[in-house]
Write a protein that binds this ligand. Structure first.
Ligand SMILES: Cc1cc2nc3c(=O)[nH]c(=O)nc-3n(C[C@H](O)[C@H](O)[C@H](O)COP(=O)(O)O)c2cc1C
Ligand code: SF4
Length: 430
C-alpha cells in the first residue's frame, strides 16, 4: 500500500508553513474556485465527496453543513476544533505546524459555504508551535486579502479568531468547547438543541475538526469523484494515521482510508526488532484496543466498528510483548479520572473508583472479584454518562479484560507485575 500524500503533501517543502510556499503549491487556488461557485454547490460537493469528520465520530461533513438554517437572518459561526487532547493523538498539531494555510483556506471555503462571517480556531494553548504558526498564517492571509473584507473581490467577508484553550480534554467535546470559547468553564451542554441551531452564543454553528476542514480545499480542486476513488465507498479519502509506540519509525503516515495496520507497519519499519505486536489502539485511548489478530482490519470507520472498536482519531498506539496491558490501562484510566469534568455522577465517581481498583490489581493486591466490579462499573458508566468521555473511559478496561484477562490474574498470582523491570511505555499525555 503506497503513501497517498494529500493533506501531508507540502509538509516536507522548505518553509512549508509560509504563504509563499503555500501559493507556489496550489495554495488558495481552491478558494478562488470556491468563491466562483454558489455556496450551496460547495455544500453539495462536500456531500457528494462523502467526507466524514476526522474528529472521531466520522459524521458526514456535508450533511452537518446542510443543517445550518439558511436565510434565518442570524449570525452563523464556524468553530474549528483544534484541541487534540486524546491520548496518542498527534495529527492536527503537525498539520497546523507544517501547513497552517491549508487550515485557513479550508476555513474560508467552509465559512463561505455555510454563510458565516466570523470563524474561530479553538487550539490547545500548550501546542505553542502550532499556535504561533496558525496565528502567523492568519496574519499573512489577512495581508494578502484571503481574510477580512471583500475577500478576493467576491463581496464575502470573514474574520478569523485564533483562541488558545487552557488544555482540558473535555474542551475537545464540541459543546464544552463552545462553553469554554464563550468564557465559561468547559463542560458539555445538554443536547438537543444541537450546535447546528444553538451553538456559539446560541446561534447556528458548525464545529469541525482540523483534518476535516483541511480536506476541503483538495476536494474543491480535485472534485468529489477523485476523493471517492481513494478508500472504501462509505469512508472515502485519505487518513493521516499517527503511529506511535514500539515501532521502528513512528510518525504520520497518510494513506487511503481502509489501510490495515499490517500495511502501515511495512511503511513504518515494523515492530522493533526482536519483539512482537501485543496490543494497539486504532484511534486513541478511548477506542477499544485490538491485538495481533486484528492486523488485517481495514482502518476505516465502518470496518473498525465491525471488528468491535472505533476509528476515532486514527491514532495507533502500538505496544509489544514487553508492555504490561494492566499498567497501560491504569495510566489511561488515571487520565480519564483527571480529565473527568465532574458534571455527571457515573463518570466522576466511576473513574475515581476504577483507578483505585486498577491500582490494586496492578500491584498484585487485587482479587478475582475486582475484575467483576470493574466490569460492572464500566457497565454503569457506558451509555449512562452525560457525554462520550465517560463511554471512552470504559474502552481500555473492557477491551483489555476481554483479550488479556489472564494477564490481570497473573498480577495476583505473581504478587505484582510480571513485566516489572522491563521498560514501560505509557501512551498517555495530558
Ligand atoms: C471528551 C471528548 C474530546 C474530544 N476531543 C476532540 C478534539 O480534540 N478534536 C476534535 O476534533 N474532536 C474532538 N471530539 C469530538 C467533537 O466533540 C466533535 O465530534 C468533532 O469536533 C466534530 O468534528 P468533525 O465532524 O469534523 O469530526 C471530542 C469528543 C469528546 C467526547
Ligand atoms: S461523562 Fe460526565 S463527568 Fe465525564 S466528562 Fe462527560 S459530563 Fe463530565
Amino acid at each position: 500500500m503506497p503513501l497517498s500524500p494529500v493533506l501531508t503533501r507540502r509538509w516536507l517543502s522548505p518553509r512549508s508553513w509560509s504563504l509563499d510556499t503555500y501559493q507556489q503549491l496550489e495554495g488558495y487556488a481552491a478558494l478562488r474556485k470556491a468563491l466562483a461557485m454558489h455556496p450551496d454547490e460547495i455544500i453539495q460537493l462536500v456531500k457528494d465527496s462523502g467526507l466524514r469528520g476526522r474528529g472521531g465520530a466520522g459524521f458526514p461533513t456535508g450533511m452537518k453543513w446542510g443543517f445550518i438554517p439558511q436565510g434565518d437572518g442570524k449570525p452563523h459561526y464556524l468553530v474549528v476544533n483544534a484541541d487534540e487532547g486524546e491520548p496518542g493523538t498527534c495529527r492536527d498539531a503537525p498539520l497546523m505546524t507544517a501547513d497552517p494555510h491549508a487550515l485557513v483556506e479550508g476555513i474560508v471555503i467552509a465559512s463561505y459555504a455555510v454563510r458565516c462571517n466570523e470563524a474561530f480556531v479553538y487550539l490547545r494553548g500548550e501546542l505553542v508551535h502550532a499556535l504561533r504558526r496558525v496565528q502567523n498564517a492568519v496574519r499573512e492571509a489577512y495581508a494578502a486579502g484571503y481574510l477580512g473584507r471583500d475577500i478576493l473581490g467576491s463581496g464575502f467577508d470573514l474574520d478569523l479568531v485564533v483562541h488558545a484553550g487552557a488544555g482540558a480534554y473535555i474542551c475537545g467535546e464540541e459543546t464544552a468547547l463552545l462553553d469554554s470559547l464563550e468564557g465559561y468553564r468547559g463542560q458539555p451542554r445538554l443536547r438537543p438543541p444541537f450546535p447546528a441551531t444553538h451553538g456559539l452564543y446560541s446561534e447556528p454553528t458548525v464545529v469541525n475538526n482540523v483534518g476535516t476542514i483541511a480536506s476541503v480545499p483538495p476536494i474543491v480542486l480535485g472534485g468529489a469523484a477523485w476523493w471517492k476513488r481513494m478508500g472504501p465507498e462509505r469512508s472515502p479519502g485519505t487518513s493521516i494515521y499517527s503511529l506511535s509506540g514500539r515501532i521502528v519509525r513512528p510518525g504520520q503516515y497518510e494513506a487511503p482510508m481502509g489501510t490495515t495496520l499490517r500495511e502501515l507497519l511495512e511503511l513504518a519499519g515494523g515492530v522493533r526488532p526482536g519483539h512482537r505486536l501485543k496490543f494497539w489502539t486504532p484511534g486513541g485511548s478511548s477506542t477499544p484496543m485490538f491485538t495481533a489478530d486484528h492486523l488485517d482490519v481495514p482502518l476505516d470507520f465502518d470496518s473498525v466498528a465491525g471488528a468491535g472498536s472505533l476509528l476515532g482519531t486514527s491514532a495507533l498506539m502500538i505496544f509489544d510483548d514487553t508492555d504490561c496491558v494492566v499498567r497501560a490501562t491504569l495510566k489511561w484510566t488515571q487520565f480519564y479520572e483527571h480529565e473527568s469534568c465532574g458534571k455527571c455522577t457515573p463518570c466522576r465517581e466511576g473513574t475515581y473508583w476504577m483507578v483505585r481498583i486498577l491500582e490494586r490489581l496492578e500491584s498484585g493486591e487485587g482479587t478475582d472479584a475486582d475484575l467483576d466490579v470493574l466490569l460492572d462499573t464500566c457497565d454503569n458508566i457506558f451509555g449512562r454518562a452525560f457525554c462520550a468521555l465517560g463511554d471512552g473511559a470504559t474502552s481500555p478496561i473492557v477491551s483489555s479484560i476481554k483479550y488479556f484477562r489472564d494477564e490481570y490474574i497473573a498480577h495476583r498470582t505473581n504478587g505484582g507485575c510480571p513485566f516489572a523491570g522491563s521498560r514501560r511505555l505509557v501512551g498517555a499525555h495530558g
